[in-house]
Design a binder for this molecule. Structure first.
Ligand SMILES: C=C(O[C@@H]1C=C(C(=O)O)C=C[C@H]1O)C(=O)O
Length: 419
């Protein structure tokens, strides 16, 4: 079921041109004040603006409809692409609902995309490539007065939900469930998304700084990247706080050695492997997780690499089909998936919307990158936002520690708001 009529470009705007263009400075500084799109890490990636086409879709065939729409859209284009690298030529930005059957997923084809990959820059535009805009001169901006309010559940009620989940796990109903909560914020002046994105990128260089249709964040988790037949992913699960001095090192060692966190992590890796394996000729995951150290928290991380099947039905699967097959992993839902999804609906008391859903981009050749929309906020009006944070709950999870983990995770976006 399509919730909003898709818009297609007029005949006059069916030409798409990519030319090499080495923009100086940060890609994020090129974004307009509102409506900017981004997928940027360590100064490389894509930013976009304007809307050449848009699709909002919901229902059991949401991702299949979006894939067919993108195929139709790109088939009708007249493309002149002098680079021919992943992300050059026509690009689709996507932010998919956590539950694509019930929630609305948004797909946007920008009018202009500026990209950078391995030090090479380009600009893609509908019609002929325009001049690059003058970069924003980034400053700290005004000091905001922010008011925070509980979202769906206050902290005590959320802890009670975590305790209820642990009881259900102890009763043998399921092995893991990811419970999230939301935090509402309003400012005394309009928020500038560019400033927030710039701060996220500066503080979280190992994360992908994303913006699609008012959902902004910096995610450390890569759900799936496709480059030709090569597939890769970074699975996270198992989190520890950062500490001061020697305490930080102690916390890091304790995370690597924690049976609870290792078990939680293994469930997340296994869920991705099980879902992706049928599409692959090879799929390799290291036995031992690594530590991923961010400014606010530390995670257990596993990087997977695979090769998409060269023959058979799986060889023809596009990136959106693959994303639909692997989402939701146990990093954001739980194990077994249907039981965890039902428990989330029962206990969380909120609509996740696009939080914890796949977010990223796709090009006309089928290459692209999708992260999970974590450490993020959904803008509400021009001066408000709804922040999200969640934690994997397994046997032995302590509600107070999980609440503290959500606070550490909220802190990522709060720092971007507060400057
Ligand atoms: C659900 C979130 O994060 C996920 C849960 C994690 C955990 O419980 O250890 C770690 C990384 C993410 O896979 C979130 O940040 O909101």
């Amino acid at each position: 079921m399509t919730t909003a009529a898709p818009t297609f470009p007029a005949a006059a705007s069916r030409t798409v041109t990519t030319v090499r263009s080495d923009a100086a400075g940060e890609l994020l500084d090129l974004l307009p004040a509102t409506g900017g799109l981004s997928w940027v890490r360590r100064g490389e990636g894509l930013v976009g603006w304007g809307e050449a086409a848009r699709l909002e879709v919901t229902g059991p065939r949401a991702l299949a409809e979006a894939a067919a729409w993108w195929d139709d859209h790109t088939a009708a284009l007249d493309v002149a692409d002098e680079l021919g690298v992943p992300g050059s030529g026509p690009v689709l930005f996507a932010s998919i609902a956590f539950d694509p059957v019930a929630g609305t997923s948004v797909f946007v084809v920008p009018e202009v995309v500026v990209g950078r990959r391995d030090g090479v820059g380009w600009i893609t535009a509908v019609g002929t490539a325009p001049e690059l805009p003058a970069p924003l001169r980034f400053d700290d901006g005004p000091v905001l007065r922010l008011r925070y309010a509980d979202g769906a559940l206050d902290p005590a009620s959320w802890c009670a939900a975590v305790a209820a989940a642990v009881a259900r796990i102890d009763a043998g109903e399921l092995a893991k469930v990811v419970l999230a909560r939301d935090l509402l914020v309003s400012a005394d002046v309009p928020l500038d998304p560019r400033r927030m994105l710039r701060r996220l990128a500066a503080r979280f260089p190992d994360c992908w700084t994303f913006a699609v249709d008012g959902l902004l964040g910096a995610t450390p988790e890569l759900l799936l990247r496709r480059t030709g037949r090569r597939l890769s992913a970074r699975v996270l699960a198992g989190t520890a706080p950062r500490g001061a001095g020697a305490e930080d090192e102690r916390l890091a060692r304790a995370l690597l050695a924690s049976p609870k966190d290792r078990a939680e992590h293994t469930l997340a890796v296994d869920s991705l492997v099980r879902a992706l394996e049928p599409y692959c000729d090879t799929l390799d995951a290291p036995v031992e997780p690594q530590l991923l150290t961010l400014a606010n928290v530390r995670h257990l991380a596993t990087d997977l690499v695979g090769t998409q099947a060269a023959r058979g039905r799986a060889s023809g699967a596009g990136l959106l089909e693959l994303v639909g097959a692997v989402h939701p992993t146990a990093a954001v839902c739980g194990t077994p998936t249907p039981d965890a999804a039902a428990l989330i609906r029962e206990l969380e008391g909120m609509d996740r919307g696009r939080y914890a859903g796949p977010v990223g981009w796709l090009d006309a050749a089928g290459d692209g990158e999708f992260g999970l929309a974590l450490r993020c906020a959904e803008l509400v009006g021009d001066d408000g936002a709804r922040l999200f944070a969640g934690c994997g709950i397994v046997a032995g999870s302590d509600p107070a520690a999980e609440l503290a983990e959500t606070q550490s995770k909220f802190a990522a976006f709060q720092a971007a708001l507060e400057g």
